[in-house]
Design a protein around this ligand. Structure first.
Ligand code: DGT
Ligand code: CA
Ligand code: CA
Ligand code: ZN
Length: 574
């Protein structure tokens, strides 16, 4: 897929895993991992760089740069192939299990010859792991839990990966002669947090040329099924894409039908039936004589059923039909309403880009304001100090207003400690424009303890935003087990905004939690938590999630003018 940086990132990460599994130098494995991350987050297309240019990317040295050049020119790297050959594929598969690292995977293979997830499950159930050095009942429980998480995520993929593929397919098919319309539908149009397959629709008189073009796209690895109405492919990255070609005059009906959700479709079909109508992917018809009523646009179909057009992100049968019938649909927040990002990092901690580069990229997005919130000292590996953050503040003040007049806020992302305490004393915290506070450790405390911990963080007068509140990582780590109703209540009471973290692996809070929290009168902040300039556009996924939670501009503090935002930050707490 036209994203060399991601391909190189995946290759270097695989190599890092292979080195670690095969008992190689841990330092070397870490070096490859860091380089993988740096290249993945690098804004320039690496295929346009030579070895020298590559070495200007942080964490990319000579030997790594040479491997990247080798990969970009030949599609393979000899050193990686060699290491691959020495590690059974099944062992590397084990690494996909959350909470199972390379060292343990290697032990499992060497001591018990385990080289697949099934074999590992058998061994756990037969209690064969307990006798291994470094394993115990707790490890067994973790492994079982990890496997369950992985299986639950199944083959669903992150919304970002699906969006990249869908944009590419829509772009390519729009070029085919005779195309009168092309768009993606399904769960991706509804912006669900993970995507099973991508559904693309084309409006055209003749389907043949589109089916043909689709099957021969350079990133189509395999045609799974092909027909006159529908063709399915699997991309080189393993994602399924379905293409359906519709007659142009049933575009609206097709779009509505294939956007779903199934539950939403069933509801509107019920309304149609009550009106003596029949709704299909071809249009709305009179039951009596089969005469077509409307079919060309979604608006016309909804209107004939007594409904306003319903935004796809609401089409989940969560009350949108009833609200539409009463003409009480929310005016959803949109990406264009976002005036700034309130949770971002730089290379002062674990970000990949400098403060200047992040600010320049943020200003290019047209933001009115932007907060820099690097990690605080209690996340020891980030090595933050008072001196460093104060020096950063000076630079922030100098850059304030210099890029397209964008205003800068100097903040930090605090760590919520095991008892709800945060970094730095009160007087030091008072110097920040904004404090985000997040849980980064001690995920497995008791429910009571976790709840009290989060509530206490909200009660801290300096904490304005609760960052990635559940800390879940999609397909990798479950959210923490707290009484979130109590947390939402505390946020509302203390004027603490809940973050909707837009990173596609987090999307935290998720839609259902947002809906619940909104009932407490909480405000939200949609933030990217960007660690590189390439993460700033993740905002769209956060806004999609906010829409799925029925949020309006008024609910989201970073759509507000700066003055109103500042009043909120000073808050009832001040
Ligand atoms: P996914 O792919 O699992 O992330 O979820 P969707 O919603 O994209 O589901 P998918 O790809 O199976 O189908 C796309 C849409 O097409 C779905 O949301 C509703 C519609 N659809 C497909 N098959 C049927 C069906 O048999 N009955 C109804 N009512 N709708 C269907
Ligand atoms: Ca789908
Ligand atoms: Ca599908
Ligand atoms: Zn964080």
């Amino acid at each position: 897929m036209g994203r060399p940086n991601e391909e190189v990132e995946a290759l270097l990460q695989e190599y890092a895993d292979l080195v670690a599994i095969s008992g190689g130098d841990a330092f070397k494995a870490r070096a490859y991992e860091k380089a993988a991350r740096a290249i993945g987050g690098h804004p320039t297309d690496v295929s346009t760089l030579d070895a020298k240019g590559l070495q200007e990317i942080p964490n990319v040295g000579k030997s790594i740069a040479e491997k990247v050049v080798e990969f970009l020119s030949t599609g393979r790297v000899a050193a990686v192939e060699e290491t691959r050959a020495s590690v059974p594929a099944g062992v590397r598969e084990l690494l996909a299990i959350p909470m199972l690292g390379p060292r343990k995977a290697m032990t499992l293979y060497e001591e018990l010859q385990i080289s697949s997830v099934e074999q590992l499950l058998d061994a756990v159930h037969e209690q064969r792991l307990r006798d291994l050095k470094g394993f115990g009942e707790k490890t067994e429980a973790n492994i079982l839990h990890g496997i369950a998480l992985m299986q639950k995520a199944g083959k669903r993929i992150l919304i970002s990966a699906a969006t990249d593929v869908a944009d590419q397919v829509v772009g390519d098919l729009s070029q085919v002669e005779g195309c009168e319309g092309c768009a993606y539908a399904g769960s991706l149009r509804r912006m669900q947090e993970t995507i099973g397959d991508v559904d693309v629709l084309v409006a055209a008189e003749a389907s043949g040329p589109f089916m043909e073009a689709f099957g021969s796209l350079p990133y189509a690895a395999e045609v799974i099924a092909s027909g006159r109405k529908k063709t399915s492919i699997r991309t080189t990255k393993g994602l399924q894409v379905d293409l359906r070609v519709l007659p142009p005059d049933s575009w609206g009906a097709g779009l509505l039908y294939f956007t779903g959700s199934k539950a939403h479709n069933i509801r509107i079909r019920e309304i149609a039936v009550r009106d003596g109508l029949k709704l299909s992917e071809y249009g709305l018809f009179r039951t009596e004589d089969g005469a077509k009523v409307v079919s060309e646009t979604e608006e016309e179909i909804y209107a004939r059923l007594g409904l306003p057009w319903i935004p796809p992100t609401l089409r989940e049968d969560r009350g949108e039909i009833a609200a539409g019938l009463r003409d009480e649909l929310p005016e959803l927040v949109e990406e264009g309403d976002i005036r700034g990002d309130l949770h971002t990092h730089t290379d002062l901690t674990d970000g990949l880009a400098s403060l200047e580069d992040m600010v320049t990229a943020a200003a290019a997005r047209g933001y009115a304001y932007y907060a820099v919130t690097d990690h605080a000292p209690n996340l020891y590996m980030q090595r933050m100090t008072d001196a460093k953050i104060l020096a950063q503040r000076e630079t922030v003040r100098k850059l304030d207003g210099k890029h397209r007049r964008m205003r800068l806020l100097h903040g930090t992302e605090l760590n919520i400690g095991p008892d709800g305490e945060v970094d730095w004393p009160d007087d030091f915290l008072a110097g920040f424009d904004l404090c985000v506070a997040s849980v980064h450790s001690h995920f497995r405390q008791s429910r009571d303890k976790l709840t009290r911990r989060l509530v206490r963080a909200c009660e801290n007068p300096h904490v304005a935003v609760l960052g990635h509140p559940t800390t879940r990582l999609i397909g990798k780590r479950p959210g923490i087990d707290a009484d979130f109703d109590a947390v939402f209540e505390a946020c509302a009471r203390t004027g603490t905004a809940l973050e909707i973290n837009a990173h596609p692996e987090r999307l935290d809070l998720r839609d259902e939690d947002i809906l619940r929290a909104k009932r407490y009168g909480v405000k939200f902040a949609v933030n990217t938590d960007a660690h590189s300039v390439t993460h700033l556009p993740y905002m769209r996924y956060g806004v999609g999630t906010a829409q799925r939670g029925w949020l309006t501009e008024d609910d989201v503090i970073n759509t507000w003018p700066l003055q109103r935002l500042r009043r909120f930050l000073a808050g009832p707490k001040a």
